[in-house]
Write a protein that binds this ligand. Structure first.
Ligand code: ATP
Length: 448
């Protein structure tokens, strides 16, 4: 089942660039967004490092989420829980028993696959001679302390969500929040995926942005729909085109054991519709499970009515790294400017690694003091690049390619008229702006 804005059974659009993933992978490496990890040693098992531009963009994705989910609300607070976690958490949550994928081996080429992601045929050699699926637990196990024994087993968290459930009482008592209220967290999660794939779409180490929204049980359905709308709006507002975004409701037989309703926010990736975020009504499953295992009363007591109850939970759970990839894919374009072909990322200014590039027209010494002064004026209001190399045309192209919305050029006239040229990435329109109004002008444009 699907909902607006993506059409129910609309045929996927013909992609503008059939090799788009490859182009994004190349651009990411060439320009410092994302590097294969440990590349000097030939890479390491589908892990990635975020470079100077990638770290800025990923931070922008996470900040945009935090701003909308925490900063702009008075009913959601944040936490940052430990990654290294007690087995008791994962026993209670069901992850130790159930967080598995069905693993099959190809008897012909000995590759391993997730049975639910292949069609009974080995994608490597085409053989149908596969083993019976067996449950493979995705959690990374390690030891906390110098002795490797059962008593020191710890797990790297496979999701951030449990940090919110086990801190439910801590947050309740320290903040005096009452349902409906939420606890949000952004951070790394780890899953020993059988087949990491599609660049940073599926990796073993990734970042999540999750929020647990605790509500009176009889309001759960209403809040579930509220969060579906809110989350769709977030992606659209940051520039994902409506035609590339849809909600897909899980059918009853697809629901997780704890869920009363789940819908995925899906993006039209070059390989088809795939998940960016899952939004679930998790009922009171998690709080009850942790209460049963810990012996703590994980409930809300309403002093005004004397009522005591276990809240239901609505969970919007998104991937930061996966979402960053979707924003890059959606922003990529090639066009022509003045008869010359350019690659451009039409990133929302809130997501672009640099919001402004300050470009002295020439490397000549006489332009440097004013150029540095302009940079100093802009740095407090925007993340700035400062580039003095190559011709101005080449530098505009380089900034377009990494999605910088505005270039500010300091030229020889600037020394006389104390003005600079502001160039818009998307329209390539240039306007002259007095330096003493520049910070205000740029801040105003970035706010729009
Ligand atoms: P999938 O079905 O793709 O394995 P999931 O339904 O298990 O994902 P959730 O547990 O709902 O995923 O996690 C919430 C979000 O975290 C996902 O929508 C996705 O954006 C992100 N995510 C999950 N696993 C990975 C991964 N291995 N690499 C990158 N992001 C991930």
């Amino acid at each position: 089942m699907t909902e607006e804005p993506g059409e129910d059974d609309a045929a996927p659009e013909v992609p503008a660039y059939p090799d788009l993933v490859e182009r994004i992978v190349n651009l990411s490496k060439r320009r410092g967004f994302i590097f294969p990890s440990a590349e000097v040693y030939g890479g390491f098992r589908s892990t990635y490092d975020y470079g100077p531009l990638g770290v800025l963009m990923l931070r922008n994705v996470k900040d945009a989420w935090w701003r909308s989910m925490v900063q702009m609300r008075d009913d959601v607070v944040g936490i940052d829980a430990a990654i290294l976690s007690s087995p008791r958490i994962w026993e209670a949550s069901g992850h130790l028993a159930n967080f598995t994928d069905p693993l099959v081996d190809c008897r012909n080429c000995h590759e391993r696959w997730r049975a639910d992601k292949i069609d009974g045929t080995c994608p490597n050699c085409g053989s149908t001679d596969l083993t019976e699926p067996r449950a493979f637990n995705l959690m990374f196990k390690t030891y906390a302390g110098p002795v490797e024994e059962d008593a020191t087993v710890a797990y790297l968290r496979p999701e951030t969500a449990q940090g919110m459930f086990v801190n439910f009482l801590n947050v309740l008592t320290t903040t005096r929040k009452k349902p409906p209220f939420g606890i949000a967290q952004v951070g790394k999660s780890f899953r020993n995926e059988i087949t990491p794939q599609n660049f940073v779409f599926r990796t073993r180490e990734f970042e999540q942005m999750e929020m647990e929204y605790f509500v009176p049980p009889d309001e759960a359905d209403r809040w579930f729909h509220y969060w579906l709308d809110e989350r769709m709006r977030w992606y659209l507002d940051l520039g994902i085109p409506a035609g590339k975004l849809r909600l897909r409701h899980h059918d009853a037989d697809e629901l997780s054991h704890y869920s009363a309703a789940t819908a995925d926010v899906e993006f039209l990736f070059p390989w088809g519709w795939d998940e960016l975020e899952g939004i679930a009504n998790r009922t009171d499953f998690d709080l009850k499970a942790h209460a049963a295992h810990s012996g703590e009363r994980l409930e809300y007591f309403d002093q005004s009515t004397g009522e005591r109850y276990v809240p239901y939970v609505i969970e919007p759970a998104a991937g930061a790294t996966r979402t960053m990839m979707a924003f890059l894919l959606a922003a990529y374009d090639e066009d022509e400017v003045g008869g010359e072909r350019r690659t451009v990322l039409h990133l929302d200014p809130r997501l672009a690694p640099y919001q402004v590039a300050v470009l002295p027209l020439s490397k000549k010494d006489e332009l440097m003091p004013l150029s540095r002064q302009v940079l100093g004026i802009l740095q407090p209001v925007a993340v700035c690049d400062f580039d003095t190399t190559q011709s101005i045309g080449r530098r505009y192209r380089r900034q377009d390619e990494v999605g910088t919305p505005y270039c500010v050029t300091v030229d020889f006239d600037s020394l006389e008229d104390h003005s600079v040229t502001v160039r818009d990435r998307d329209t390539t329109e240039q306007v002259r702006v007095p330096i003493d109004r520049l910070a205000e002008e740029i801040a105003g444009r970035l706010r729009c």
